[in-house]
Design a binder for this molecule. Structure first.
Ligand code: FEO
Length: 413
């Protein structure tokens, strides 16, 4: 059902209450998501984005209750990913000659997905579309936030920034506005979204935010393509958070992640964590078994942390596969400015720890020491050594500059 955003701007998207995994099975969505699409009815009628393909029929049915689809003058596609363009082919079958405004890369991704020669109108930053009643849509290319094809659309007069994935959250809500939803879930999902989707492109985020600031546009609302929209005082706060997250973000937290075969490396993880807490009662330590935890929640926690300890027993001369997969995830997310070290039990020659340290260095962590490894199961002396190691590690990261942040990330099993 369409909902009014402001004046002649309506939300015409889909609330997906059921979704629990996204991007195939790559991303957990504990609270579902929204596919936000927007309809502008000024002198010209413009649709911004659509919804994911399973909801095409419902989307078109409800859109037809809001507007005569044949009277749509233009379609704006801010980003070609299928969760926002899934209904495009069926829509364009009804209005085949209507222009589609998107970036040059957008043309490539739409042709790549749909193999159609629609009436594309590729745009560059600063290009505008006059929609009448004294209002315009201004396009702002936003490559790598988070695809090369991404752009923002800014509506003058109503001062709305349609920001596609940036500033979004995977959180189903029919309340539209961020100030109306549960703030704990909102903050958690906002950061999780950034950490797991936007973070690899932090430099682009930083540059784009500076560019938008320099444009000096009054922004009263930010309407992303997932989750709740930001209005009023939430707008500068949302921008402030993205500004902080884009550059070497870290709080006074340490993540201790591991996998274990018979429990020895788990014991090491827990005793190291005790040592950290003894040395620095202020630091928040989260201990997470990678085989039992939600990988996206773990990634969010690592994003918040100033340091990371990674543990695995040596198994077939390697680390356990859950730890290997985690480090591959870390390579892609490319978090910056974090310190690290490895630990783990071994029974024979103990290769895993060096492999982990080498990988940590390779993917951009600053490895502060060789970590700690233990032959066979930890006994009293080994436990004491782990506690001491935790204390020493805490000392090595104690003076890293951090952002004060009180919110909690729940790491689900
Ligand atoms: Fe929500 Fe990149 O699509």
């Amino acid at each position: 059902m369409a909902r009014t955003i402001k004046n002649n701007v309506q939300w015409v998207g889909k609330v997906d209450w059921e979704l629990r995994m996204f991007h195939g099975d790559e991303l957990s969505t504990h609270y579902g998501t929204n596919y936000n699409a927007y309809l502008i009815k000024e002198e010209k009628t413009v649709l911004i984005d659509t919804v994911w393909s399973p909801f095409t029929e419902e989307f078109l049915r409800e859109l037809a209750q809001t507007v005569d689809i044949k009277k749509i003058d233009a379609v704006v596609i801010n980003h070609g990913e299928i969760d926002h363009t899934g209904a495009l082919k069926d829509l364009m079958a009804l209005i085949p000659h209507v222009p589609i405004y998107c970036t040059h890369n957008g043309v490539k991704s739409l042709k790549g997905h749909f193999h159609q020669d629609w009436n594309f109108k590729p745009v560059r930053t600063g290009d505008t579309l006059d929609i009448g009643n004294g209002k315009k849509l201004m396009f702002i290319e936003a490559a790598m936030l988070h695809w090369p094809d991404t752009m923002f659309t800014y509506m003058t007069g109503d001062n709305i920034l349609f920001s596609t994935d940036a500033f979004g959250q995977h959180m189903a809500t029919d309340l539209i506005w961020a100030d109306l939803v549960d703030p704990w879930i909102l903050w958690e999902e906002d950061m999780k979204y950034y950490a797991n989707i936007i973070a690899p492109w932090g430099k682009s985020v930083d540059a784009k935010l500076k560019e938008i600031k320099a444009l000096n546009l009054p922004i009263e609302m930010i309407c992303p393509s997932h989750g709740a929209c930001w209005r009023g005082a939430d707008v500068p706060k949302a921008i402030e958070r993205y500004t902080a997250w884009a550059t070497n973000y870290k709080e006074n937290r340490i993540s201790v992640v591991y996998d274990t075969i018979w429990g020895g490396t788990r014991t090491m993880a827990e005793e190291i964590a005790k040592g950290i807490r003894l040395a620095d009662p202020q630091v928040i330590v989260n201990v997470m078994n990678l085989a039992k935890s939600d990988k996206n929640d773990v990634a969010t926690e690592v994003f918040r942390s100033k340091a990371l300890l990674v543990g695995s027993p040596s198994h077939n001369k390697c680390a356990l596969s859950s730890v290997g997969a985690f480090l591959e995830e870390m390579r892609g997310l490319a978090f910056k400015g974090k310190k690290a070290a490895a630990f783990g039990c071994y029974g024979w020659s103990g290769e895993a720890q060096k492999r982990l340290n080498d990988t940590l260095k390779d993917i951009g962590f600053e490895v502060v020491d060789e970590g700690i490894k233990n032959l066979w199961e930890p006994d009293g002396a080994a436990i004491a050594a782990c506690i001491q190691y935790g204390q020493e590690f805490a000392g090595k990261v104690a003076h890293d500059p951090v952002v004060q942040q009180k919110t909690i990330c729940r790491c689900r099993a």
